[in-house]
Write a protein that binds this ligand. Structure first.
Ligand code: PLP
Length: 399
């Protein structure tokens, strides 16, 4: 392994490799028993009734929007401080993605701004659990449900996590304040399948629709057939080959190879989260007294072991240390410390500006955060020495 400490990376051990090898030797390379078992085990881990695995979180978000009945003429509100997919999924469905500014502490969608921004055409809200810290789901749900909107929590950063509220812990995927919750298993995420995603829900019908959109809109349950089973004609015989296409779906399936890796990673998830939390605690302690750097703020979760940290993002006053962010990233890189800027506010992307006339000034808190944010290495492969190197390198930036 090189000495370079990337801001995020996978943790793969011999058990993971053995699990994928077993899948490779099995009868199924496409979706088979490993996918079914992965879905069942993931649903249990979350405490959700259903888990539907996807090729990635982007396709899972798209399916969630379609399952939620969102389409042309509808507006979908999300956070600008996210990856493109949280908003693009609405545009894929012909709806209008729109952005609600973030709160300056958690950097998650601000419920007060959400309420003020509400218009009659809003049909869904997609709060994002930035860095792994969930948004204020109870408040967001109270606003959205009173107005009949669907809530899709983008917990791509939050696998295995949750938050503490009303005197008790709530698990992401299990709590009652989202209709569907999405997770990403991209390589830098808390649990990886290379590429992969999961949609979880308590709702039988939403799960059924998500499965339809995942696989060509195809229905195989004869009790639901609309054409086959006719009294006469070419559709009379309902044989074992029969399927019907009920929706315009895609092929957004995950493979058994990926699901085998996911199942193996799932067993290690508590250890991954524990290590991430230890590293976050060490960084927080080391950086607590710096006046030119702020550590991640907490809002909904009085952090009592619930957050599964995906990113460690600090805010730096670059003018106070008389360096640009590019210079800081280069100085860190020179010492083998990777960093990343997460995120460029989505409403500032050219496609969004061109298509919806969004632009600078729309979400001032997210834009101010973008100017100061920098994510430092956080993943379970970091040794204590690696963490010490990140800390001393960051401290050496002091003016
Ligand atoms: C918040 C958020 N949502 C959605 C996605 C899309 O995930 P995937 O790469 O699995 O499609 C990402 C990926 O980086 C993300 O960070």
């Amino acid at each position: 392994m090189s000495d370079f400490l990337a801001y995020g990376r996978q943790f793969i051990d011999d058990d993971d490799i053995a699990a994928v090898t077993r899948a490779l030797r099995s009868d199924f390379l496409t979706s088979g028993p490993e996918v079914t078992a992965f879905e069942e085990e993931f649903a249990v881990m979350c405490g959700a009734a259903h888990a539907v695995a996807f090729s990635n979180a982007t396709t899972a978000l798209h399916a969630a929007v379609l399952a939620g009945g969102i389409g042309p003429g509808d507006r979908v509100l999300t956070s600008p401080n996210t990856f493109l997919s949280s908003a693009n999924c609405a545009a894929f469905a012909g709806a209008t993605p729109d952005f609600v500014d973030i709160d300056p502490v958690s950097h998650n969608l601000d419920p007060a701004v959400l309420e003020a921004a509400w218009t009659n055409d809003v049909k869904a809200v997609i709060p994002v659990a930035y860095a792994g810290q969930p948004a204020d789901m109870p408040r967001i749900a109270a606003i959205a449900r009173a107005r009949g909107a669907v809530i899709i929590e983008d917990a791509s950063h939050g696998t295995g996590g949750g938050f503490f509220r009303e005197g008790k812990p709530w698990k992401t995927g299990a709590h009652p304040w989202a209709d569907m919750t999405i997770f990403s298993f991209h390589a830098v995420k808390t649990l990886t399948t290379g590429e992969g995603g999961m949609l979880v829900t308590h709702d039988d019908e939403l799960a059924r629709k998500a499965r339809l959109f995942r696989s060509h809109g195809v229905e195989r349950d004869p009790s639901r057939f609309e054409g086959f089973g006719a009294t006469s004609g070419p559709l009379a015989e309902v044989g074992p080959w029969v399927y019907e296409m009920h929706e315009l779906g895609h092929n957004h399936r995950i493979t058994d190879l990926q699901a085998a890796l996911g199942r193996s990673q799932l067993g290690k998830l508590p250890g991954f989260i524990k290590r991430r939390r230890e590293i976050v605690a060490r960084y927080n302690a080391a950086f607590a007294d710096l006046d030119w750097l702020s550590t991640p703020g907490l809002t909904v979760a009085e952090d009592r072991d619930e957050i599964s940290w995906h990113l460690y993002t600090v805010e730096i006053d670059f003018s106070a240390i008389t360096r640009t962010r590019t210079e800081v990233m280069a100085a860190l890189r020179e010492k083998g410390v990777g960093s990343q800027v997460l995120y460029i506010p989505v409403h500032l992307q050219p496609w969004y500006r061109r298509t919806y006339s969004y632009g600078p000034g729309k979400c001032p808190v997210a834009e101010a955060f973008y100017a100061r944010c920098l994510s430092l290495p956080l993943h379970p492969s970091l040794s204590d020495e690696d963490v010490a190197r990140v800390i001393s390198t960051v401290l050496s930036l002091a003016p």
